[in-house]
Design a protein around this ligand. Structure first.
Ligand code: ADP
Ligand code: MG
Length: 607
């Protein structure tokens, strides 16, 4: 028998490594932008074509590379950022694993132009599937200009795995946003298919947040800032009234690196408890600075998860810092000196806090310690640390009402009874009582309406488009770049559903018409809400885009529980429900009505 083990050729090894680091265009964007940041650039331009599938280019004015380094940087494990394993615990740069460029070179065609600061000429290199095709001197500005073309052309299977352009562009915008938020003193721009989507001048963090996440946050941000010897936190949280129904605008950075942490997220959300409705998500952009030796960032290939030496202390610190800011904001409105003070003051006077909410914000043990010392190292408040385990244990179990279940296909129910009369009444402004043979139904009005709307929408998309009612005074809708990309994707289906929406300059749309039953003046809100709902379902790759839209719209347009219905509305709703193909569950699988039989009720009475 011959020996069977051989060493993989370099290009194959690089393609395999790329599987971890470069999963999609957005991951390449992240790596290239981070390299530009590590190179000390003050200006970084990102250019993509076809959502990065045909081109991703990053141009920076950083320190550039020498001729030799320009060749070296594509080798696997080539990095200028660490020398030994100890360095791993003092990382101040974004990169350090020395595998991004090698991976990128293994899965695309790369062109690099780079000139080291102070050198007279630069270097041009062309690499194809890890093989250097050209290397020559070139005249170019100081800094680095790197293009990767035809991503995954060497790995067609992976290329086929990529999602639609709009979906991939959304991922790119997400990565771009995370980086641009973390470095407000760097200029960034993003150009997609020749159109400049972002142009972010250098400025204070607050300005950066508003230009990325939208003007809606103007005068709605509360500053968070606590410093100790061990850890600092700065940033902003949205005022409670800006809490949204989607998780979208939540950003946590540790030493300027975006991270995902359900635990720290809980620390923030928990600080908002009582101030925002359940099922809503507060906005935050928070930066923790901590000695890198107290972290391990090397636990995840794209470094989105990190390990803290002492997670609980960090939890308590974040939680109390946010609580503190919220409490301050509700009591002394003009604390955020950076803000336009006049607007702030007015806002806060008519602010969202009831006396009750204020009291509860102030009664926490942590708040008390703060008002005493106003120092974050009083956080070792015992009661709070004790509750942490509980919270931690609970967090995954905590029911997220929008948590997406696998696509649910309910069985049509063989309904045992049917209404025996038309004397239907609403109770509790939320349910409808319907008498059937030998019992009654308790119908949940919102669930019922969701089901009715869902089936109507389904039929509209199939073959019965809903008529558009043209608006006399079309409204203009301004969206964040991410939402704008989303709306562009939904535009055609929305038209079938009675919404006529057209692009109107960058990230703006004109609403020319809506279905007849959307109240005039509410068009904008309806669409914003719809996008919010849609984003919940976006978490699940299992649903088709259409399915998500159908569910989102049914949810958005449904009559909410707690709404008083007229007699006419009650009858219309029950009649429509009785005509449904599936009448026992919502599209998401929740029950539409409960059936009570008199025999069972008799039993409950002990008879
Ligand atoms: P890492 O960032 O983990 O070191 P990379 O593969 O991303 O690994 O990059 C390899 C090396 O190439 C970096 O350590 C750096 O020295 C150099 N480099 C990459 N991009 C740039 C850039 N835009 N400007 C200057 N040097 C760069
Ligand atoms: Mg790197």
């Amino acid at each position: 028998m011959p020996d069977i083990i051989n060493l993989l050729p370099e290009n194959i090894a690089n393609q395999i490594a790329a599987g971890e680091v470069i999963q999609r265009p957005a991951s390449a964007v992240k790596e290239l932008m981070e390299n530009a940041i590590d190179a000390g650039a003050t200006e970084i331009k990102l250019i993509v074509n076809d959502a990065g599938k045909s081109l991703i280019q990053v141009i920076d004015n950083g320190k550039g590379m020498s001729e030799t380094d320009a060749r070296m940087c594509f080798e696997r494990h080539a990095t200028s950022k660490i020398n030994n394993i100890d360095d791993l615990f003092h990382i101040k740069t974004m990169g350090f694993r020395g595998e991004a460029l090698a991976s990128i070179a293994g899965v695309s065609q790369v062109e690099l132009k780079t000139r080291k600061q102070g050198e007279p000429v630069g270097t041009y290199i062309e690499i194809d599937n890890s093989v250097v095709r050209t290397q020559k001197p070139v005249a170019c500005p100081e800094g680095t200009n790197i293009s990767m073309k035809n991503l995954f052309f060497t790995v067609p299977a992976r290329r086929n795995f990529l999602k639609s352009d709009s979906r991939e562009l959304k991922h790119i915008i997400e990565e771009f946003t995370r980086i641009a938020l973390a470095f407000p003193d760097i200029f960034f721009s993003l150009t997609s298919n020749g159109q400049e989507v972002f142009h972010l001048d250098r400025g204070p963090l607050k300005q950066r947040i508003i230009s990325i996440l939208g003007k809606n946050y103007q005068s709605k941000l509360v500053s968070v800032k606590e410093q100790t010897d061990y850890i600092n936190i700065i940033g902003f949280v949205g005022k409670p009234e800006t809490a949204k129904k989607t998780r979208g605008d939540q950003y946590f950075f540790v030493n300027n690196r975006f991270i995902k942490s359900a635990y720290l997220n809980h620390a923030v959300v928990n600080a908002f408890a009582e101030m925002i409705p359940k099922d809503t998500f507060p906005m935050y952009v928070l930066f923790i600075d901590i000695d890198p030796s107290r972290l391990d960032i090397n636990v995840h290939p794209t470094k989105q998860e990190i390990k803290f030496e002492d997670e609980k202390v960090i939890y308590a610190f974040v939680n109390s810092a946010v609580r503190h800011s919220l409490a301050q904001f509700s009591i002394t409105p003009s604390l955020d000196f950076e803000l336009d003070a006049d607007v702030q003051r007015q806002e806060a006077i008519s602010g969202p806090f009831t006396t009750e909410q204020k009291a509860s914000a102030m009664s926490g043990a942590l708040y008390q310690t703060f008002t005493k010392g106003n120092q974050a190292h009083f956080i070792e408040s015992k009661s709070n640390l004790e509750s942490l385990d509980l919270l931690y244990g609970k967090r995954s179990a905590s029911a997220d009402p929008y948590q997406v279940q696998p696509e649910f296909q309910p069985e049509p129910l063989t309904v045992s009874g049917k209404p025996v009369n038309q004397d239907w009444v609403q109770v509790g402004n939320s349910y409808i009582l319907v008498e059937i043979e030998n019992g009654f139904w308790l119908i949940h009005q919102q669930h019922a309406h969701e089901r009715v709307l869902y089936e109507r929408i389904e039929s509209a998309l199939k073959d019965n488009p809903i008529a558009v009612q043209k608006s006399l005074f079309p409204e203009v809708l301004e969206l964040s770049p991410a939402d704008s990309a989303l709306l562009a994707e939904l535009q055609n289906d929305l038209f079938l559903l009675g919404y006529m929406i057209e692009p109107f300059g960058t990230n703006s749309y004109v609403i020319h018409g809506t279905p007849a039953d959307v109240m005039k003046g509410n068009e904008k809100k309806a669409i914003e809400e719809l996008l919010e709902e849609f984003k919940h379902f976006n978490l699940s790759p299992d649903y088709s885009e259409r399915e998500k839209l159908m569910r989102a719209m049914a949810r958005q347009q449904s009559i909410k529980a707690g709404t008083k219905l007229t007699d006419k509305e009650i009858h219309a709703l029950v009649d429509d429900l009785l005509a449904c193909r599936v009448m026992n569950t919502t599209p998401g699988g929740k029950p539409v009505f409960l059936e009570f039989g008199y025999p069972d009720i008799e039993k409950m009475f002990g008879r």
